[in-house]
Design a protein. Sequence first.
Length: 139
Amino acid sequence: MNGSLHLNLESQRTSLSQLQEEVERFGTAQDWPYPVLFQIQLVLEELACNVIDHGYGEAGHEFQISISSTPNDIIVQVTDGAKPYNPLEDTPEADVESALEDRAVGGMGVHLVREMADELHYSRDNGRNRLRFVKRRSE
């Protein structure tokens, strides 16, 4: 099925429940396989938390999430007007080898997003961060 979803969210953690509900409703209507729906929800929660906590760091701002569903792909774009930040270049590589207690805090979320993406692109356009995440529908 083809379809799209566009959300304008406040930069506060309470927006996460709205995000999860809307994505679940949309993904179910688009017949996404459950593992793909779960991955999209997980990725979006991570990306939204990064915008809220690290991008803006305070309420009173907005960011946008757009999702397009085609027969083959799910394309997610997160757009915000926070400070410039390219998570693909500016986030240190996650330590996935050391024992948990020996690892530094941070970086695992972006690592998770990278691992789940079939394509991942960042751009900075007109003072806005744009992260584009593509996931193939078939598992």
